[in-house]
Design a protein around this ligand. Structure first.
Ligand code: TYD
Length: 202
């Protein structure tokens, strides 16, 4: 039986998910699990080119949503599905929940449109587990303040991120069996203890 798992990491910018992703991936590798790390937008040559555009070029909110899903279509087909089929676990730094949070919550693209895109692009594939790094927006903003260059999303105002955060939490409440919500304002050690429990449960 093929038991390779598809795991995604989500959260507002500044929640620390990328750092925790490294730790989590190493913990799985130490248990002998063969895994592939990838990210969105991106993960394929075309996806990385779309990422460049998405992070820098102003555009209509629905164009942004469609480009996110276009990159994702490529990512699912070329990277995620083939890896899972050969038994390799996949950990993706963001996936469709980010579109529901940023384009849906942040930009106001109607949920029904995003659900159609999701159905179209990966109707039969959902992550087995999504780790949502949740953090009060003021703290996330303070962490971002040290960055020298901020992309188009990171430059958004506090109320944008508040909507993104709420949309993530709403998404988690809809699928509690898929989501693990991690309180990302805790110390690094406390977060790692929470992650270690999740690794053990896998
Ligand atoms: P990320 O790689 O987490 O940023 P960084 O490299 O700066 O840590 O994500 C890039 C940005 O793309 C992030 O601000 C969220 C945004 N995004 C969306 O708006 N919608 C999406 O569907 C995805 C995947 C990302």
């Amino acid at each position: 039986m093929n038991t390779a798992k598809f795991i995604t990491f989500e959260g507002v910018d500044g929640a620390g998910k990328s750092t925790h992703l490294e730790w989590f991936a190493n913990a799985l590798r130490q248990r002998g699990i063969d895994l592939l790390l990838t990210r969105e937008p991106g993960g394929t040559p075309l996806g990385e080119r779309l990422r460049e555009i998405l992070l820098n070029q102003p555009m209509h909110a629905e164009t942004e949503a469609m480009l996110m899903f276009a990159a994702r279509r490529e990512h699912v087909e070329q990277v995620i599905r083939p890896a899972l089929q050969r038994g390799t676990w996949v950990i993706s730094d963001r996936f469709s929940d980010a579109s529901f949070a940023y384009q849906g919550g942040g930009r106001g693209v109607p949920l029904a449109k995003l659900e159609q895109l999701e159905q179209w692009v990966h109707g039969d594939l959902q992550p087995d587990l999504t780790l949502l790094f949740d953090i009060p927006i003021e703290i996330a903003r303070q962490r971002l303040a040290n960055n020298v260059s901020l992309d188009r999303f990171e430059q958004e105002r506090g109320d944008f991120f508040e909507r993104v955060r709420q949309a993530y939490l709403a998404r988690a409440a809809k699928s509690p069996q898929r989501f693990a919500v991690i309180h990302a304002e805790q110390t690094m050690l406390e977060v790692q203890q929470a992650l270690a429990k999740i690794v053990a449960s896998l």
